[in-house]
Design a protein around this ligand. Structure first.
Ligand SMILES: [Ca+2]
Ligand SMILES: [Ca+2]
Ligand SMILES: [Ca+2]
Ligand SMILES: [Ca+2]
Length: 498
């Protein structure tokens, strides 16, 4: 999933222009076959090369390719017993052999990404949006491709998924979420664009890019204002435990600075996503879904990273100074009880301060193997010492009673002993996060993106030691060692595939 965020303070205008869409949700299809705690252990992760070890894909959608500004690239890091590094990877652009399209300025290939096994061959594939792609005379019409997994991983070979309604919208492919929305065991793909209508391809794709079981649309009740820019983010997960993936749509009612954010839950049904069961949720522009309390129902976590009041003093509902994370626990009927977490809750590290952006990014995974999913929270605007917006990552652990804010929490910054790098202005450490097992030991490891060095970006790997995230074995992965140019602002690691 790709995340788009509220408009940022001027100092981060660059970072926000494109770093936009990061994603949060975990796919839970193929997991919750029944409402038992055991199912929560099977949180899927991407495995593009089918070796049984989780892989991580992310974009550098602002990267120069062959001199073309912001053409964009996709980076795939393959998991090994010692985690991920730039040594075992593919870096793909539209100029890569076999990849549909060609790299052009402003394409933003990798603007959003989502993975699933779309052709059922056992290798995860990845859907890649190029929201700025011009299609004929249609400026920013948007492009979408599926790149196929294989025993060699993601090599670039893929197919275009044509926009079925190019005259109805622009920015085709700007939001992506994969899941099994009708519960037939086959991967479906939800695709956003500049309108409020989401297109859902069913049953995966053939080698010609045709959806095997057709396509339908769903229109959540968002975008009351003007201009409409489509959803902010789409996140897939099974909230009501019926083995059909549900969708959470993060969107704006009005597209203004601090426009009121509205989120909606749209349940999967035997006939796919259905707005007849849609429910409004607490706000947040980044969402992750997974089972925190081990009851078999996916829980919805959304980051409302903005402050409690606007710059002119207007109070923003359901917000807190420095940001707030809303946790909505799943039930058989969908979204249930709700709790809010800030840096002032329990023993959560840090303290709520203006523009901390607590909840800028989120991901769920089982770090300690207790079958309760744990939550990593990006605090991308955290100031540390004299470093403004240098960023930090908070880790909170799941339990039978939900997200535990009283004990066990961890916090990491680049100044934390053992973490590579240093705290610098605007690093925005935690600009995107993944909690996936990339070592094959059954424990989720932390992979954190930053906007390091004025938007070049970097990815920091911090493994699980079996019971917690540790700095032992950590490493930093740079664009310069990963085939990504540091000309301009590539935003390497600002948007992970979910
Ligand atoms: Ca793998
Ligand atoms: Ca496949
Ligand atoms: Ca469901
Ligand atoms: Ca749950």
């Amino acid at each position: 999933m790709h995340k788009q965020h509220l408009r940022r303070p001027a100092v981060l205008a660059l970072a926000t222009a494109t770093a936009a869409a990061l994603t949060g949700g975990l796919l839970t299809f193929a997991t919750a076959t029944s409402a038992t705690a055991a199912d929560s252990t099977a949180v899927p992760h991407a495995d593009f090369n089918g070796d049984g070890i989780g892989d991580v894909a992310f974009s550098a959608d602002g990267a120069y390719v062959s001199g073309k500004k912001e053409a964009g690239q996709l980076v795939v890091l393959y998991g090994t017993a010692t985690g991920v590094s730039s040594a075992k990877r593919h870096t793909i652009s539209q100029n890569t052999t076999g990849s549909p399209g060609s790299a052009e300025a402003g394409d933003h290939f990798g603007y959003d990404t989502a993975y699933a096994d779309f052709n059922g061959d056992g290798y995860d594939d990845i859907a890649v949006g190029a929201a700025g792609e011009d299609v004929g005379s249609d400026v920013d019409g948007g492009g979408l491709a599926i790149l196929w997994g294989s025993a060699s991983g993601i090599t670039g070979k893929g197919v275009t998924i044509a926009d079925p309604a190019p005259s109805s919208h622009d920015r085709w492919g700007k939001n992506l979420a994969a899941g099994d929305f009708d519960g037939d065991g086959k991967a479906d793909l939800a695709v956003g664009n500049s309108s409020a209508t989401i297109h859902v391809f069913r049953g995966g794709f053939n080698s010609s890019g045709t959806a095997l079981l057709g396509r339908s649309t769903v229109k959540p009740p968002i975008q009351g204002g003007s201009p409409a820019n489509g959803p902010l983010n789409l996140t897939a997960g099974d909230v009501n435990g019926d083995s059909r993936t549900d969708l959470v749509v993060d969107g704006f009612e009005t597209e203004t600075d601090y426009g009121w954010n509205r989120n909606y839950y749209i349940p999967g049904t035997a006939s796919g996503l259905s707005t007849s069961g849609a429910k409004a949720l607490k706000p947040g522009v980044i969402t992750a879904i997974g089972d925190i309390n081990g009851d078999g129902y996916g829980d919805i976590v959304s980051g409302a990273q903005w402050n409690a009041t606007t710059s002119d003093g207007t109070s923003i509902p359901d917000s807190a100074k420095g940001g707030k994370v809303w946790v909505t626990y799943g039930t058989v009927d969908g979204p249930g009880s709700v709790t809010g977490v800030t840096q002032d809750t329990g023993n959560v590290p840090g303290a709520s301060e203006t523009n901390d952006w607590f909840g800028y990014e989120l991901d769920l995974g089982d770090i300690n193997g207790d079958n309760y999913l744990d939550l990593a929270i990006g605090v991308a605007g955290e100031n540390i010492g004299s470093a403004a917006n240098t960023g930090a990552v908070t880790v909170l652990y799941g339990s039978a009673s939900g997200l535990n804010t009283a004990s066990g929490a961890q916090s990491f910054a680049q100044s934390t002993a053992g973490v590579p790098g240093n705290d610098e202005d605007d690093d925005m450490f935690g600009i995107d996060l993944k909690l996936d097992d990339v070592t094959g030991d059954g424990r989720a490891d932390l992979v954190a993106g930053s906007a390091e060095n004025a938007g070049n970006g970097a990815v920091t790997y911090l493994p699980s030691d079996g019971s917690k995230i540790t700095t032992t074995g950590s490493r930093s992965i740079a664009p310069s060692t990963s085939g990504v140019s540091t000309t301009g602002t590539p935003y390497f690691g600002a948007n992970f595939a979910d």
